[in-house]
Design a protein around this ligand. Structure first.
Ligand code: SF4
Ligand code: SF4
Length: 366
């Protein structure tokens, strides 16, 4: 697997190139940031609504009531994976947290079609990570890079974590999965997660603070080394027909793309980026001074220069934003239309479980 996730290097002879300057300013990063912050705002809204819903049940049905927003299940990737496995084993969509499964499948579809764009365009943790390393650049004038001998094995950590989750879930039978999903713990795992973050222990706080500091110092520390969700998206992205493609006949070998790449990929040395680390952020394209040297595009160039550029189908930043929105809202609409969006548990169940969430363990004991 390690060999597959490393970029494929196709070397080319160097040649003198006359630069064709950009015809206008690059808008990719502005559009991406708008999408990122819109998704952060959506998640804050979902989080606030969920908090009010939980508080209502904690107070025994007193105070303001808002319906439970199913979208919070996007924060339950393990539930999503368990539900996918349950669906594969039984052909039935689980009644508890079906939105977790639909959202996971929607994000996987994004990765299959558009590289790991979920990470750099939508994921709120990716947005937080990006802003933390940018803060680090403002404070220290640079970010720090781990030495290669440490960086490469550390990068495999997220794949190991992902493998562990998949192994544990895939080794469960349909009955055990169903038993877990339908248990009191499975029903309110979302409430437990919120309680964990709102009442974080000292140990949890130290771990969280350490991750923040490391994310300020090292670009995308969490995403690059630890996030199993990103690892899954990265593996799916290897099948994506879309990739960053460089036209060497229009490239002046200035290396601005490589310097801008937060994944430290040698963009200026490759004709296409196949790495699972590429998150389609387009930062390399934004920095490229050439009009046609660097694009995120479908395959299809057989010639060189302007001719090759014409024959490729590029994904513009606006098209990327539109496609991501289309997949996201399409997924939600399909889940709603098939009545697989909301978890429909009786109110009495939540009245009993939510106030006692902290004392319910994964065996369902209180
Ligand atoms: S800068 Fe380019 S190569 Fe690097 S992660 Fe972003 S899109 Fe991929
Ligand atoms: S930024 Fe990269 S692709 Fe663009 S001209 Fe410079 S080296 Fe070539």
């Amino acid at each position: 697997m390690a060999a597959r996730v490393l970029p494929e290097i196709i070397s080319e002879p160097k040649k003198k190139t006359i630069l064709t300057h950009r015809q206008g300013p690059d808008r990719s990063q502005r559009i991406r940031h708008i999408v990122q912050w819109s998704f952060v705002a959506l998640n804050i809204w979902l989080g606030a609504q969920f908090y009010i819903w939980v508080r209502y049940f904690k107070h025994g049905g007193q105070g303001l009531y808002l319906p439970r927003p199913a979208g919070v299940e996007g924060w339950l990737p393990i539930d999503g994976l368990m539900n996918v496995r349950y669906l594969l084993l039984t052909g039935r969509v689980p009644a508890i947290h079906p939105a977790a499964m639909y959202l996971l499948l929607g994000f996987l579809l994004m990765s299959l079609l558009l590289k790991k764009a979920f990470c750099s365009w939508l994921c709120p943790l990716g947005t937080l990570s990006e802003n933390l390393w940018k803060l680090g650049q403002r404070i220290f004038g640079r970010n720090f890079r781990l030495p290669k001998w440490f960086d490469i094995p550390l990068r495999s950590l997220k794949y190991i974590l992902l493998g562990l989750f998949i192994y544990l879930i895939w080794s469960m039978s349909a009955d055990s999965l169903g038993g877990f999903i339908d248990s009191p713990y499975g029903m309110i795992v979302d409430v437990k997660m919120m309680n964990f973050f709102l009442g974080m222990s000292l140990t949890g706080g130290i771990v969280f603070a350490t991750l923040i500091v490391l994310s300020i110092l090292v670009q995308n520390f969490w995403c690059r080394y630890l996030c199993p969700y990103g690892a899954l998206m990265g593996l799916a992205s290897l099948l994506s027909p879309v990739a960053i493609r460089r036209d060497s006949s229009a490239c002046i070998d200035c290396s601005k793309c490589s310097r801008a790449c937060p994944a430290h990929l040698p963009v200026d040395k490759l004709v296409q980026i196949r790495s699972a680390e590429c998150n389609a952020c387009m930062a390399c394209i934004a920095e490229c001074p050439s009009q046609t040297a660097l694009q995120i595009a479908l395959p299809g160039s057989t010639g060189l220069g302007a001719k090759a550029h014409r024959r490729r189908l590029n994904v513009s930043p606006l098209a990327m934003a539109a496609l991501l929105a289309y997949i996201f809202f399409g997924t939600v609409m399909i889940a709603r239309a098939t009545n697989h969006w909301q978890t429909n548990l009786p109110r009495s169940v939540y009245m009993r479980l939510v106030p006692n969430a902290d004392s319910i363990n994964d065996t369902g004991m209180q």
